[in-house]
Design a protein. Sequence first.
Length: 180
Amino acid sequence: MNEGLIPRRYAKALYKVGVERKCADRLYTLMGNLAGAYMADPALPRAIANPFVPAADKSALLATAAGATAEDSTFADFVKLLERNRRIDLAGEAALAYTRYYRLERGIRQVTVTSAAPLPADQLDRIRAIVKAHLHGGSMEFATATDPSLIGGFTVNIDNERLDASVERQLKELRQSLLN
């Protein structure tokens, strides 16, 4: 999913409304759910872009994908605005843009630790503490993943920054040095 200028503008406006209405945090959760649903299920963007699906069904589908309830009026207003402006097909991109804008405004960094096998809790705590120190006390969203192709070790991704302490990388470097 690639966010363009228009989804970023909608996201920024939604964030400002969310701050005014004191629901920016709830919108972050909803928009994160929606962006995740778009990435997880390719049928969702196709259904939203389908001109034969009624607007009310698209709105209900987006609300369900986001996990919105009847109390989430700002989210409902946002979907109505997208409908009215014939931009509902940009809902996924706007959701992704909102989560990025929210994190930028709040100084939240995304951290993902990927290892060949699940790491024990004490090692994860040590890595989390090291990353926290690297961020100078900044806040982060911490996630873990496994990738058996790493063979051993781990990688740490902090937004666009990457620390690679994997056996896979070491083997590639060894192979490259032998070829040279």
